[in-house]
Design a protein around this ligand. Structure first.
Ligand SMILES: Cc1cc2nc3c(=O)[nH]c(=O)nc-3n(C[C@H](O)[C@H](O)[C@H](O)COP(=O)(O)O)c2cc1C
Length: 322
């Protein structure tokens, strides 16, 4: 098998960890959580993937603050009761030689479930309505913004102290960090809104805070949509400028590229792209990211066969950046 797919089976180093091959199970909600924590079912699910030969497993999103409950079953990393679950899944995956990261998450206005059938309550940079789940969020106070940024750092520390090898900050799919960056969503006029420097402040503070909390021996990555593919969504040039800035902070070990945005049906199609979409279609976006960073770049989206993964990157569309 490895001689048929030499690139796919080549080890790769992300920050302080070398991963045995390039097969990644990207973060995906399994609904196997045990009341917001990792229980035996979720451990068994990921152990099976490690046993099957996967190089890297990225756990589904973990909430970093009480306001991050986007479904009624989301994993939460906000207190120490979550530690035994992270420890158990890390040990199970390590037994079979795979590496495991967890995703640090806040949905902002992308909240699906309300309590007992009520309309969902959500917080976001501004009260810009969300079309898909019909949410009108509450604009965040500066005090709660600071609390959420601290939540990313403390969740990262808790999770990695439990034995998880790295954390992936979720700025993809229109979730909170990227809501701050989008001028069509964030209409604040304080230090977290307005100029590009102010709109990227939230994510820059999250990235720096997480790195400071975990130190150099833990992997820290960023998941981001190369294009949001939705009406008010961020376009590729805007995203590329953001990545360039975040990379210059020297806190991130890798970028994980995807596409789409949760706020409309048009953008949300790309969270789980259907069989009508071309194989490896997001690779042209990750190819552009590779041109501006020396860090490893992952990509997901319709890479369903090993021969697709083995292919050299496609030529990037010339229109992505002027
Ligand atoms: C059921 C399901 C749940 C998902 N949950 C997450 C998640 O928790 N975090 C995330 O970053 N992506 C999530 N995704 C997106 C996947 O990581 C991936 O980007 C997407 O499935 C496209 O890759 P594929 O074509 O190989 O399936 C989810 C996808 C599915 C199908």
């Amino acid at each position: 098998m490895s001689s048929l797919f030499p690139h796919l089976f080549e080890p790769i180093t992300l920050g302080a960890r070398t991963i045995r091959n390039r097969i990644v199970s990207s973060g995906h909600d399994t609904v196997l959580n045990d009341h917001g924590a990792i229980g035996d079912d979720l451990v068994a699910y990921h152990e099976a993937r490690a046993q099957g030969g996967c190089g890297l497993i990225v756990l589904q999103v973990s909430g970093v603050h009480e306001t991050a409950r986007y479904t009624n079953h989301v994993l939460m990393a906000t207190d120490d009761s979550s530690i035994p679950g992270y420890r158990a899944v890390a040990e199970a995956v390590h037994r079979h030689g795979a590496t495991i990261f967890a995703q640090l998450f806040h949905p902002g206005r992308e909240v699906m479930d309300g309590e007992r059938g009520m309309a969902p309550r959500a917080v976001a940079p501004s009260d810009t309505p969300q079309e898909r789940f019909k949410v009108v969020p509450e604009a965040l106070s500066t005090e709660v913004i600071k609390e959420i940024i601290a939540g990313y750092a403390s969740a990262a520390k808790r999770i990695t102290d439990a034995g998880i090898d790295g954390v992936e900050i979720v700025a993809s799919h229109g979730y909170l960090p990227i809501q701050f960056f989008n001028p069509r969503v964030n209409t604040r006029t304080d230090e977290y809104g307005g100029s590009p420097a102010s709109r990227r402040r939230f994510l820059a503070e999250v990235v720096a805070g997480v790195r400071a909390a975990v130190g150099p021996d833990v992997v820290v990555g960023l998941r981001i949509s190369g294009e949001e593919k939705t009406e008010d969504g961020l376009v590729a040039t805007e995203i590329l400028d953001l990545i360039e800035h975040l990379d210059s902070l020297e806190c991130l070990d890798y970028f994980s590229i995807t596409a789409g945005d949760s706020s409309t049906l048009q953008g949300a199609v790309h969270i789980v792209p259907s069989m009508q979409i071309d194989p490896a279609y997001a690779a042209s976006l990750s190819e552009q990211v590779k041109k501006i960073t020396d860090k490893p770049v992952m990509v997901a989206g319709r890479i369903n066969q090993p021969h697709e993964a083995e292919k050299p990157s496609p030529r990037a569309a010339p229109t992505w950046r002027s």
